[in-house]
Ligand binder design. Structure first.
Ligand SMILES: [Fe+2]
Ligand SMILES: [Fe+2]
Ligand SMILES: [Fe+2]
Length: 281
């Protein structure tokens, strides 16, 4: 099988990992804090690792990781229905990885897909167990319909964080050196934390996170990538600062300032990386 075909198959897998992450985060945030939500978030983190391995493999083959999001099953009123949807999503993943393992002849890639497949089989069983557990424990959708200015601001934050997670991951895969790769990955992980904090704050105060993203900067030259990253961080640090000033809720103010300070740190990290590149290091 030629490289182009392998890249296309791996990108299909990557898109589906992306869809799984967002589906599971929707479910974990929607049911509020608790043991099951934590376990589902841990499964979403497994999918993030899969996405990462697939992206690195695609880049090593000379391809570009896709930013499209694959299949999601977000229907269902009851948490038991959500868990059934998750079982089905894993069934789809299992079938697809088995098919791709049989199609691809590269030993290392086969081994990687086999490694991922074993996780998906474990997830499948976990979700099957959660169908019963949700029923037994009466786990509910605790999201409300709050749509005021605060809820809108929090959803703006969720949208921003999701966008930069994708952007920094993509930039890390295309990074010119190890230092840049590692820093971009680290900041992407920090943005994932922000996404979680904002989504939980929103659900806790009667809202509903809309996990959608806006346009991701798709520059491929290191200088352009870092300039775009610095620009968005500066803008967003200002926006969080303004939102923190505008709220009377002390807990929310503290959260927004903490995120703002993280974003200011990101500006400095990215500025250092840009200087290294421009200095020819
Ligand atoms: Fe996965
Ligand atoms: Fe999975
Ligand atoms: Fe952030």
């Amino acid at each position: 099988m030629d490289k182009e075909k392998i890249i296309a198959l791996l990108n299909q897998d990557l898109e589906d990992e992306h869809g799984a992450i967002i589906q599971y985060l929707n479910h974990a945030y929607g049911m509020g804090e608790g043991e099951m939500a934590c376990e589902i978030e841990a499964i979403a983190r497994d999918e993030m690792r899969h996405l990462d391995w697939l992206a690195e493999t695609i880049v090593a083959l000379g391809g570009t990781p896709s930013l499209k999001r694959g299949t999601m099953r977000l229907g269902g009123k009851l948490v038991t229905d959500w868990m059934k949807n998750d079982v089905q999503l894993e069934e789809g993943a299992i079938a697809q990885y088995k098919e791709h393992i049989s199609l691809i002849d590269d030993t290392k890639i086969k081994r990687l897909l086999g490694r991922i497949l074993s996780d998906e089989e474990a997830h499948h069983d976990d979700f099957a167990h959660f169908v019963d557990k949700a029923e037994r424990e009466g786990v509910k959708d605790i999201r409300g319909s709050r749509q005021d200015k605060t809820a809108q601001m929090l959803n703006w934050g969720v949208e921003h964080e999701y966008t930069v997670i994708l952007q920094y991951l993509l930039h890390s895969y295309l990074a010119p050196n190890e230092e840049a790769k590692e820093q971009l990955q680290d900041q992407a992980v920090n943005e994932m934390q922000h996404l979680g904090w904002l989504a939980e704050e929103l659900v806790g105060s009667g809202g509903r996170p809309e996990i959608e993203h806006t346009e991701v900067d798709q520059s491929t030259k290191p200088r352009d990538m870092l300039q775009a990253d610095i620009k968005i961080e500066k803008e967003v640090a200002q926006a969080y600062d303004k939102a923190a000033q505008e709220t009377d809720d002390p807990g929310l103010k503290k959260l927004l300032r903490r995120i703002r300070d993280n974003e200011l740190y990101h500006v400095e990290v990215f500025t250092d990386l840009l200087q290294d590149i421009e200095g020819g290091k």
